[in-house]
Design a binder for this molecule. Structure first.
Ligand SMILES: Cc1cc2nc3c(=O)[nH]c(=O)nc-3n(C[C@H](O)[C@H](O)[C@H](O)COP(=O)(O)OP(=O)(O)OC[C@H]3O[C@@H](n4cnc5c(N)ncnc54)[C@H](O)[C@@H]3O)c2cc1C
Ligand code: FES
Length: 501
């Protein structure tokens, strides 16, 4: 199994011309995933001059690792919200859905955009009850759905709620086309340019990045987990969930499917250059906590084996997305006045329509327009929590982070370098010091302090992806100590494997 997304091998990334960093831009968008690129394009189309700073490459984050179902049926979601909020959430995502569709059609993007029905299905009593609740919520909101008891899936289900006329696409063909459009408009996309710090005064905001510093009137953090701790306090109210996907070279069922409970079993198909592919995934866990029997590649492969007659994955990959306290993403400005920093995070694996909705909300705010309803902006606003109104959720997330901190530290075993197999890693206590250790195939040891450079939580070794992961907010580090995914910005601190110092 190739450990990378099918998408990377089947789309051609546009060349982002190397340009010097200007001293000033109207807006700096940090992050070139679907949120950042769509926001930058909406801004550029309105005559605003943005620049995009990307730590890696366009689409290299979660947007290049997604299942890419474009649907406003977000699992069991509307029934978890009050009807007022559910209506706003649904309307915002409809705007996002229509934006993607209009770009795909208007720009004639060849991105395998295809209309498909979306199915929320039940496999047991509990899931059946949740599907019924979601169906009732749709009915109250006037969203047209219907129930079926058989689907094109090759396994038995109890029932499924169908939302017709949703869509799917090739996420990178779409994203690369939007990026190419930006490049043709002269918008700089600075790849391999990580933003290291954000500094704000009363007149503007500076982004300190690897290739230089620049100022702007507004900054959009389209980085997944926001890199600023204050005033957002996202570390108290956002964590990351990781999921696994496989692409199998065989025809899949017509439609897009997800069950209503855990572990998630998500299925769709895709035809690429005439070759049919089956995509299946789910089996997720909180990042940094990969050792559950229902989490990871093994249960995913077992599911393929049982439910798709022994189907074998050609590609397998994993990725993560943020989850908020109240099932609604954090989208909008984080300051009350003055130069604004916008965030867009916590899509909980429904980021196609949510990212387009985020781009519309943020661009509208920056442009000073009133195209997007105030109520939508207010329901999604990252400022919507007061510590008092959200006390339970804050405390739960803070307690979980604190638990990871203390439990991780307490459970770190005493170890010996000899016990580590070549080509693997471990987090161990050596001479009283907590170390994240990697032993390469030749037995050469790399050792790091085993605490995350974000807010200091202990790391865990992720044997499936060979990385050191942090359960507090989902930062991940490579075997060379470099940041794979934030919110951490700094690499791990090297340590001496013998002394632990
Ligand atoms: C397994 C999986 C399956 C999914 N399937 C679906 C689906 O079927 N339908 C759906 O609607 N949603 C789905 N989602 C969710 C969706 O893919 C994401 O919500 C969406 O892609 C997030 O886009 P983004 O642009 O916000 O983030 P990303 O694509 O992660 O982009 C963020 C970018 O910011 C960059 N960055 C980070 N820090 C910095 C920094 N300091 N400086 C500069 N750049 C930085 C990163 O390199 C990255 O390129 C899925 C998610 C997962 C994990
Ligand atoms: S990601 Fe926040 S402490 Fe590690």
């Amino acid at each position: 199994m190739e450990k990378r997304p099918l998408w990377f091998d089947t789309a051609k990334k546009p060349q982002c011309p190397a340009m010097p960093i200007d001293k000033v831009y109207d807006v700096i968008v940090v992050g070139a995933g679907i949120t950042g690129i769509t926001t930058a394009l909406l801004l550029a189309e309105s005559g605003i001059k943005p620049a995009v700073f990307e730590a890696n490459e366009v689409g290299s984050g979660t947007s290049g690792h997604t299942t890419a179902k474009i649907t406003v049926q977000h699992g069991v979601r509307l029934s978890k919200l009050s009807d007022d909020k559910a209506a706003v959430y649904h309307n915002a995502n409809m705007l996002g859905f229509n934006l993607i569709k209009s770009y795909a059609v208007k720009m004639k993007i060849i991105c395998d955009y295809e209309t498909q029905d979306s199915y929320l299905y039940a496999l047991n009593d509990e899931e059946e009850r949740d599907v019924a609740k979601e169906s009732a919520a749709c009915e109250r909101l006037g969203i047209e759905t219907h129930m079926v008891f058989e689907t094109p899936l090759p396994y038995k289900i109890r029932c499924a709620l169908v939302l017709k006329n949703q869509a799917q696409f090739h996420p990178l063909k779409y994203l690369y086309a939007l990026a190419a459009k930006l490049i043709s408009m002269g918008v700089p996309i600075h790849e391999k340019n990580k933003a290291l710090a954000i500094e704000r005064d009363e007149r503007s905001i500076s982004v300190v990045s690897e290739k230089g510093s620049a100022r702007a009137n507004a900054v959009v953090l389209a980085t997944g987990y926001p890199m600023l701790e204050f005033p957002g306090t996202f570390f108290l109210r956002l964590h990351q969930q990781r999921s696994y996907l496989a692409a199998i070279r065989q025809p899949g069922p017509n439609g897009m499917f997800i069950n209503a409970g855990e572990p998630v079993r998500s299925v769709r198909s895709h035809t690429l250059d005439g070759i049919p592919w089956l995509l299946a995934g789910g089996f997720g866990h909180r990042t940094g906590k990969e050792d559950g029997k229902d989490a990871g590649y093994e249960p995913l492969e077992a599911f393929l084996n049982v439910s798709f007659s022994g189907a074998k994955a050609v590609y397998g990959w994993s990725a993560q997305d943020g989850r908020t306290l109240d099932h609604i993403p954090y989208i909008g400005g984080i300051y009350d006045d003055g130069p604004q920093v916008y965030v867009a995070a916590g899509y909980d694996k429904w980021g196609m329509t949510n990212s387009a909705a985020a781009a519309l909300m943020i661009a509208d705010d920056i442009i000073g327009g009133n195209q997007i309803d105030k109520e939508i902006k207010s329901v999604f606003s990252p400022k919507r929590f007061s510590p008092v109104s959200a006390a339970g959720g804050f405390i739960k997330q803070a307690a979980e982070a604190a638990y990871e901190f203390t439990a991780g530290n307490a459970s770190m075993p005493d170890g010996s370098l000899d016990d580590i197999e070549p080509g693997t890693g471990a987090v161990i206590r050596l001479n009283g010091k907590a170390l994240a250790v990697y032993k390469d195939e030749n037995g050469h040891i790399s050792a790091f302090k085993a605490h995350c450079t974000h807010l200091g939580c202990p790391l865990e070794y992720n044997r499936q992806e060979r990385s050191f992961d942090c359960a507090c907010h989902g930062s991940r580090f490579s075997m060379t100590g470099d940041v794979i995914e934030g919110p951490a910005i700094k690499p791990l601190t090297r340590a001496d494997a013998e002394t632990g110092l």
